[in-house]
Design a binder for this molecule. Structure first.
Ligand SMILES: Nc1ncnc2c1ncn2[C@@H]1O[C@H](COP(=O)(O)OP(=O)(O)OP(=O)(O)O)[C@@H](O)[C@H]1O
Length: 571
């Protein structure tokens, strides 16, 4: 049985309590603004009573007007306290996004298949669903202030004329009832709209990521057609979503007019009979004008609650291992301590790295690697080989902690490693994936990636067999590599990525099939230069005979199981 998720209200309450001080201050300002409205209505009544020759409560006409002006100024000042609210909401927004991001990082991110859909679609969840959920918190605090005003105003109105008060309130009650009954439809339309928006964002992201594939397959027309189709669906869904909210708003406005009309109708005979004064009418008109907005606010709150429920479900899908409560877990937005220095060298240079019983299975497919044992020694080359889909990449990523593994232990020089992802980083380890990505920045920045250690660049460029290429580039290290490195050949991108890894001077260099786009001569040079150091272990995925021939150890993977052995040639 699936666990029931905490209610949307509960989650919103937990989130709102993230900064209790700021929340209470916001509430104080809302209450100040709304109670000043009650005061303004009462002052209006007193002014009109005085003007009509009646006795007012202790002030003359001018005195009352001065008090009214003062209260109005206070009210305006209170509403300017919005700056404070912005501070508060930005913190809540930050916390939600931080929790989503942490969950994604912990589960291995998109590479581990932890997204429910495309990355573009996930970005829309980070942006729009976070805002939908925050809207509920914001609306709740706002409506709480308005409700306080309503209670004060209704109490005063009831003490003046109960019948007239009911005439004001009845249509408003009808509004709340109607809003409640259509709220399910509002939720469904919001779900449909978010889904349609996500599909457009997702396709756009994938289109940009696969521009070359689209061009070479001459599939531009087809893709654009699909985009137009999804866009059309989104605009229809958006229209329906907006229409539902707007119709409700219009109905609410009409009800408000009805309410004011009723008061006027009832006021005429009451004033004739003398039990209702001009001052009373001013008070009722003032309060009714403010009260009529109430049901609209309550309506928006109810609709907002529906939308927030959808947002919670969509955000929860980004928490592969977490419950919705993890969305609103309180934690500091900024780490108190600076992150540990990445270039810390401990606990001693690599002599050996042992992997015992490593098991990592992709939840989506049930495929992966099972019970793999491996020992890497400094100064040696270990090659992982095996057919497509055997689990080679999965093994590397699980070993480095980039995928959540189900079992397995790691020992660095015999010492157990508790947190692989945190431990196997430069300068202990560097990883070059199967399809390395470069930034649209000059070569130098791509190599350094923020490191200030530029002294050894010539050496690493040579080790990665990129020295001749670089010498042929008129701008040298200042060469712009184009968007994601498109101005370089596939083999050049691979070698730049290797050089980038070497800049970090890793003890363990992990390369996933990085010689696939190199000619035999370049590949041989690469191993010649990389294998000169006795203090570095190389772990390489490859099926190339030239690479396997250089290996000190070959591990053949088949259906996720390792078969160690010294193989000179790939099968
Ligand atoms: N994110 C994922 N979600 C679900 N299944 C996955 C995921 N990534 C890989 N797999 C599956 O796990 C198995 C191992 O994949 P892996 O990429 O490790 O194979 P490989 O040996 O590196 O293949 P290749 O030589 O083609 O790169 C495959 O069957 C693949 O379909």
């Amino acid at each position: 049985m699936t666990e029931r998720r905490p209610s949307t209200w509960r989650l919103a309450g937990r989130l709102a309590w993230y900064r209790p001080g700021l929340l209470l201050l916001s509430l104080v300002f809302f209450v100040a603004a709304s109670s000043s409205m009650v005061l303004i209505g009462w002052l209006l009544q007193q002014i009109f009573t005085t003007l009509g020759g009646g006795a007012a409560a202790g002030f003359d006409g001018l005195g009352l007007i001065a008090v009214l002006a003062a209260v109005e100024v206070t009210r305006i000042a209170a509403s300017w306290a919005g700056v404070l609210r912005t501070l508060y909401w930005e913190r809540l927004r930050g916390l939600l996004r931080l929790n989503l991001l942490r969950a994604q990082l912990a589960s291995g991110g998109p590479g581990a298949g932890s997204l429910p859909s495309s990355t573009g679609e996930a970005v829309s969840r980070f942006r729009d669903d976070v805002d939908d959920f925050l809207y509920l918190c914001e609306m709740t605090v706002f409506v709480a202030g308005e409700l306080l005003f309503a209670v004060g105003a209704i109490t005063i109105m009831l003490s003046i004329d109960p019948l007239m008060t009911i005439a004001v309130l009845l249509p408003l009650a009808a509004m709340v009832f109607t809003t409640r009954s259509v709220s399910n439809r509002i939720r469904d339309r919001r779900v449909a709209y978010r889904r349609a928006s996500g599909a457009v964002a997702g396709l756009l992201g994938e289109m940009f990521g696969a521009v070359l594939a689209v061009k070479t397959a001459q599939a531009g027309g087809g893709i654009l057609g699909r985009l137009a189709e999804l866009n059309e669906r989104r605009s229809r869904a958006g229209l329906r979503d907006q229409l539902a909210t707007d119709l409700l708003d219009t109905f609410n406005r009409l009800t408000v007019d009805l309410s004011v009309g009723l008061v006027l109708l009832l006021a005429v005979p009451a004033m004739h009979s003398g039990r209702f004064t001009v001052g009373d009418l001013a008070l009722f008109a003032g309060y009714a004008a403010a009260l009529v907005a109430m049901p609209r606010y309550v309506g928006r709150l109810i609709a907002g609650h529906r939308r927030a429920g959808v947002a919670v479900d969509r955000m929860t899908a980004l928490l592969p291992a977490g419950s919705p409560a993890a969305l609103v877990t309180h934690r500091p937005l900024f780490d108190a301590e600076p992150p540990p220095a990445p270039y810390l060298r401990a606990p001693g240079p690599l002599r050996s790295l042992q992997v015992r019983g490593l098991t990592a299975v992709h939840p989506g497919s049930g495929r992966g690697v099972h019970d793999v044992d491996l020992t890497l020694t400094a100064g040696t080359l270990t090659v992982i080989t095996g057919p497509a889909g055997a689990g080679k990449t999965t093994l590397l990523r699980a070993l480095l902690g980039l995928l959540p593994g189900q079992a397995g232990e790691l020992f660095w020089n015999g010492e157990p490693v508790a947190d692989r992802a945190a431990f196997l980083v430069p300068p202990r380890s560097a990883y070059v994936p199967q399809v390395p990505r470069l930034f649209s920045e000059p070569l130098r920045d791509n190599l350094l990636l923020g490191s200030e250690d530029a002294a050894g660049l010539d050496g690493v460029v040579r080790s990665a067999v990129f020295d001749d290429d670089l010498a042929a580039m008129p701008d040298g290290l200042d060469t712009a590599v184009g968007t994601r490195g498109v101005r370089l050949s596939g083999g050049q991108v691979q070698r730049v990525a290797i050089a980038r890894a070497l800049v970090r001077r890793p003890d363990l260099l992990v390369l996933d099939d990085v010689s696939s786009a190199m000619d035999v001569h370049t590949e041989r040079q690469l191993w010649d230069r990389l294998l000169t150091r006795s203090d570095r272990a190389l772990l390489v995925v490859s099926n190339r005979p030239a690479t396997i021939a250089r290996a000190d150890q070959v591990v053949r993977l088949d259906h996720g199981r390792a078969h160690p052995g010294r193989e000179r040639l790939a099968a």
